[in-house]
Design a protein around this ligand. Structure first.
Ligand code: MG
Length: 388
């Protein structure tokens, strides 16, 4: 085997991209779009862009290699670029990309005492971490899952997270079409604009063999969440996600104690410390790390901690363009107890043509790329969407 040539980081660049969206993935009523292109959701109060936005990170080495990373650019997408230019690139220049976990820790340490242990700073770290793992794979000539301990599976069961339709009859038709294509797991998103309990009831009656999940979007008290859980118990629900507000650790534990349905959460977490707070109380039996917010290093630490607590990992996936999705599949291929990975069926297929990759989601399964690194490279068309 040839020896590995040492390489060093030369540049770190964040690139902000926006793509107009023909159809909104918004589940309920469509609120007005403000002058910066955002809407505020009526149900959960969260702000979303009306187009697709992301931040892609490019690390170039002295040897001419390129590693790709990505984090969320859906709100204030230029912030990460400023952090990369001002704080991250100067300290990473000359570092060895194979020191990926050492680098994550040193960047985290740089801002910890100021309280930057989450938010935009951790978005930037996630993108850097993903790009460094991509470089590690390219330097060593192996797919990232091999570097993470090996491949448990080459395809990953995908659950559908967007059931389109203006009423429950139309939503049943959507599920029928996806069922016929081989999908067997579906998540319903609670909203005030339609009767989601009735939808769960009808889905269970019409599709006895599917896996059903419910996302409650962090808006309830523990008592409200438990009352909803009682109503949906007859419909054989695999998990209830985000039943209480993010800060309500005690409420989450109360829900878990009183619920016959497993409780899931974690899409908002940045580090293993977020996971620790919920796992040690037994409040969660399913964790849902989001690669675009935590990066590969923390994703793997969260999965390892879940393992200690006999909890399962079922990763979250939302509106990236594809690079952090590839990273999520690489990590998911290496985790032993991972029954499902979320599939943003209204988003990912739209963006995949912008990349050279073997990644795809068909007939109910993701296929994991096995090229060196993450197995995804931008095509020229992608750069047409850069925001100058
Ligand atoms: Mg969710």
């Amino acid at each position: 085997m040839p020896s590995v040539q040492a390489d060093a980081i030369r540049t770190v660049e964040a690139i902000y991209l926006r793509i107009p969206r023909a159809q909104s993935p918004h589940m309920g009523r469509q609120p007005p779009v403000n002058e910066r292109g955002y809407i505020v959701d009526d149900d959960n109060g969260t702000i979303y862009p009306a187009d697709d936005r992301t931040v892609i990170l490019r690390i170039t080495t002295e040897g001419g290699r390129v590693g790709w990373g990505e984090t969320y650019g859906i709100a204030a997408g230029t912030v990460v670029g400023e952090l990369v230019k001002d704080l991250i690139q100067p300290v990473l220049r000359g570092r060895d990309p194979l020191d990926v976990q050492v680098i994550w820790q040193s960047l985290y340490n740089m801002m910890r005492v100021r309280g930057y242990t989450s938010g935009f700073w951790l978005d930037a770290l996630a993108a850097v971490d993903i790009a460094l793992w991509d470089l590690c794979g390219k330097i060593l000539g192996r797919p990232v899952h091999k570097l993470l301990g090996g491949q448990q599976r080459d395809r990953i069961p995908a659950y559908i997270t967007n059931i389109a339709g203006s009423d429950n009859a139309a939503r049943l038709d959507s599920v029928r079409a996806l069922y016929d294509k081989g999908f067997r797991a579906f998540k319903v998103h609670a909203a005030t604009s339609f009767d989601y309990v009735a939808l769960l009831r009808d889905l269970r009656a019409n599709f006895p063999d599917i896996t059903l999940m419910l996302d409650l979007h962090w808006v309830h008290t523990s008592a409200e969440a438990l009352s909803i859980i009682r109503k949906i118990e007859p419909y054989d629900i695999a998990f209830v996600e985000a039943p209480c507000r993010y800060e309500d650790l005690d409420g989450l534990a109360r829900v878990a104690q009183g619920s016959s349905i497993p409780i899931a959460g974690g899409e908002e977490w940045r580090t293993v410390h977020d996971a620790h707070l919920r796992l040690k109380s037994g409040a969660l039996t399913i964790i849902q790390p989001e690669m675009g917010r935590c990066g590969i290093t923390q994703f793997m630490r969260m999965a390892a901690l879940a393992d200690v607590h006999h909890a399962r990992t079922m990763p979250h996936a939302t509106i990236g363009f594809g690079i952090f999705m590839a990273a999520s599949l690489q990590a998911s291929a290496a985790i032993h107890d991972l029954p499902w990975h979320e599939f943003q069926n209204s988003v990912l297929p739209r963006h995949l043509p912008l990349f050279e990759t073997a990644m795809k989601c068909e007939a109910g399964f993701y296929h994991v790329p096995d090229a060196p690194g993450l197995g995804i490279e931008p095509r020229e068309e992608l750069w047409r969407h850069v925001v100058a």
